[in-house]
Design a protein around this ligand. Structure first.
Ligand SMILES: Cc1cc2nc3c(=O)[nH]c(=O)nc-3n(C[C@H](O)[C@H](O)[C@H](O)COP(=O)(O)O)c2cc1C
Length: 176
């Protein structure tokens, strides 16, 4: 599968088979994250990989108990959950104060998402998670920001394509 095929084939997968993810596949996916570009090559990312079902269940239950993130609990029922974090102190900051840690971690995350697609695995970007519960359960230090979470596993659904805006709406040649 070439990169464009993976980009086209990827879907947000919200139901997973219990089948475990092979260690080699997981390591290849994490390597895809590690190799991502980052501003000034600061690599401010950390990935917390949850493979222990009891830890995963703690995340699921904490989200199901939270009125704002109830539906996220169900999304986390996958054999692997990857929590992508940023160390802001390590990240590059532009002279005007613009911080790039979220961009850096997002690129690493999308590298992993596309690599997972190539391996026949599903993922789903999750922004609607509880940072407090996730931090507490996984022991993530206070100065580390949790950027996004994805479940990882063999899909138990085949989601349809979702709409995208047209080229005319989003691309501006020369000037806006
Ligand atoms: C930064 C980000 C955060 C997202 N957060 C959630 C989320 O919390 N829950 C969810 O079900 N989907 C979430 N999604 C998935 C989007 O809903 C999905 O990518 C979009 O609807 C397009 O569908 P597709 O991924 O299948 O192409 C998120 C996606 C991104 C990029």
């Amino acid at each position: 599968m070439d990169v464009f095929e993976a980009i086209r084939a990827r879907r947000s997968v919200r139901r997973y088979k219990p089948r475990p993810v092979e260690r080699e596949k997981l390591e290849r996916i994490l390597e895809a994250g590690r190799l991502a570009p980052s501003a000034a090559n600061r690599q401010p990312w950390h990935f917390v990989v949850v493979t222990d079902p009891s830890v995963r269940d703690e995340l699921v239950m904490a989200h199901e108990r939270d009125q704002f993130f109830r539906s996220t609990g169900d999304l986390l029922r996958a054999p692997v959950v990857i929590v992508a974090c940023a160390d802001r102190k390590r990240a590059w900051v532009r002279r005007d104060g613009e911080e790039y840690w979220k961009v850096d971690v997002a690129i690493a995350m999308q590298n992993m998402v596309l690599c997972a697609t190539e391996e026949g695995l599903g993922t789903c970007w999750i922004g609607a998670f509880s940072p407090e519960a996730t931090r507490k359960i996984l022991g993530i230090p206070d100065d580390i920001r949790i950027v996004a979470i994805t479940p990882l596993g063999y899909p138990d659904e085949s989601p349809a394509t979702s709409d995208r805006r047209t080229m005319q709406e989003i691309v501006h040649y020369q000037h806006w």
